[in-house]
Ligand binder design. Structure first.
Ligand code: ADP
Length: 473
């Protein structure tokens, strides 16, 4: 991919540079030769007009003397040039020719420009002469008293102009070739700088797709490519963290499931090996078996609940509700569990008229249920559990306070982790799975809320859930 990208980049550079250079050269050459030719012809017209004026004054000489007479005038003006000058009368008869070898004197010599000059025009033509040499020819009329009495014809081979144009063209081509070479090398370097990190990115991305998150990009500099590299590295960090969490979750879950399974196996083995077991004993074993199965079911239910929460915000079934209805339902459900242990559940709404809040009832019900259930589970007989509901900063605050053993400060963050228990055996005895608070935290977070735990004034714990009325996630 990268090599084709590199090729495309170089090809694009070349196409742009070549087109620019070719157009530029063509323009410069055109401009230069145009200027040189027009400069030369302006000069020739000037000379032709001077000759025309001078010859006109000396016109009334006898034709047979004209050659000598005009020779003085014309040669003086054309001295130092290689311009050929011809003076003709109105019948195109040559009265004088600087090129005496032509032997045109007294003969008719006709050219297109001469014809035009006889019509009163200042005519000019650039033509290809012998051996491919370029010729500029100009002709102007000779007038006397308003009548055209003859013409002055000048012609010059302009090899010098062609030579200048040719040498300029050669220099421009050499110069352009050097530029193309330089740009080629630069674009090769540039394309390498841009595409070589791409190859590294592709390599890392391939490793990610294979499940290997340990590879990282070597970030150099601070440009956009470096930023892309940093983002990819950050993605790898996050993925490896996620992978680690997933592994831990799977191993913890297997471990949790293994404990009740081992219990079930033990009970079954004991029953099988017991000779003539009495009905009382069988019943006792079966009760233990049922307890283990209940535990297994609880773990599986909670694991399923967590999986649903992991599906993210899209799985929320939001509806507007009065928070008091939800809290009252939790209290009603848990009162039969609290009462036998002499635990009293208080609810305080501070007479606030709560606005309806948009929530997924089942998820927030379970979140509050888990905390109140824990408060009852981990508090001694005769304890109290208070649910204090208020409003603050456009959020509903639910405070659940108990006077149980409390949670040490250094454990307060960790109790929200999956399968984390403070005291494994005590928590297991109370039927804990270590998943309740993890479920609670996820459910609250999905509603854009927060949960924290602190120490109650008279010992015990306070769990504070904050649920915003208007969610930002
Ligand atoms: P579990 O199913 O074990 O109760 P949780 O995730 O609900 O799991 O709680 C995690 C741990 O936090 C519990 O095992 C318990 O040790 C501790 N804990 C939770 N709530 C309380 C509380 N109100 N008082 C004391 N300890 C608590």
């Amino acid at each position: 991919m990268t090599s084709s990208m590199r090729f495309m980049m170089i090809a694009t550079y070349f196409a742009v540079i070549l087109t620019t250079l070719v157009l530029m050269c063509a323009y410069v050459i055109g401009l230069l030769s145009g200027n040189l030719y027009s400069g030369e012809s302006v000069d020739m017209f000037a000379k032709a007009n001077i000759i025309s004026a001078t010859v006109s004054e000396a016109w009334d000489v006898q034709p047979e003397n004209s050659e000598e007479r005009f020779a003085n005038l014309v040669e003086r003006i054309l001295a130092g040039t290689n311009i050929r000058g011809v003076v003709e009368n109105s019948s195109c008869m040559v009265l004088y020719d600087t090129n005496r070898e032509s032997e045109l004197f007294g003969k008719v010599y006709m050219r297109d420009v001469i014809k035009l000059a006889l019509d009163g025009e200042q005519a000019e033509i650039i033509s290809d002469g012998e051996n491919g040499t370029k010729m500029i020819s100009v002709a102007v009329p000779i007038t006397k008293n308003g009548n055209i009495i003859g013409t002055v014809y000048l012609a010059q081979a302009v090899n010098n102009i062609e030579n200048t144009v040719k040498s300029t063209r050669t220099s421009l081509i050499v110069f352009s070739a050097l530029i193309v070479l330089l740009i080629g090398m630069l674009s090769l370097g540039m394309s390498y700088i841009i595409t070589s990190p791409m190859a590294e990115f592709t390599e890392v991305a391939k490793e990610i797709s294979k499940g290997n998150f340990s590879k990282r990009i070597q970030v150099r500099g601070h440009n956009e490519i470096a930023q892309m590299g940093e983002t990819l590295n950050y993605m790898c960090d996050e993925l490896s963290l996620l992978e680690e969490k997933r592994r831990k979750f799977v191993s913890d879950a297997s471990h949790e499931l293994k404990t009740p399974m081992a219990g079930i196996k033990l009970i079954c083995d004991s029953l099988v090996s017991a000779e003539n077991p009495n009905p009382e004993m069988v019943k006792e074993f079966l009760c233990d078996l049922s307890e283990e199965v209940d535990r297994l079911t609880r773990i599986i239910e909670r694991l399923l609940a967590l999986t649903k929460l992991d599906a993210g915000g899209t799985s929320l079934k939001l509806e507007e509700m009065d928070i008091r209805v939800l809290i009252d339902n939790v209290v009603r459900k848990l009162t039969p569990i609290a009462n036998p242990r002499d635990i009293v559940l208080y609810t305080d709404y501070h007479n606030i008229e709560f606005k309806p809040i948009l929530l997924d009832y089942d998820k927030i019900y379970e979140a509050v249920y888990n905390i109140v259930d824990n408060a009852i589970k981990y508090s001694p007989e005769g304890a109290f559990v208070e649910l204090d509901i208020t409003e603050k900063n456009d959020s509903i605050i639910i405070k659940i306070t108990d006077n149980g053993p409390g949670i040490p400060e250094n454990e307060r963050e960790r109790i929200f982790e999956r399968f984390y228990r403070l005291d494994d055996s005590r928590a297991r005895d109370t039927g804990g799975t270590g998943l309740g608070l993890a479920i609670t935290k996820e459910a609250v977070a999905m509603h854009g809320g927060t949960i924290e735990v602190s120490e109650a004034e008279r010992g015990g714990s306070v769990f504070t859930i904050k649920l915003p009325y208007s969610r930002t996630i």
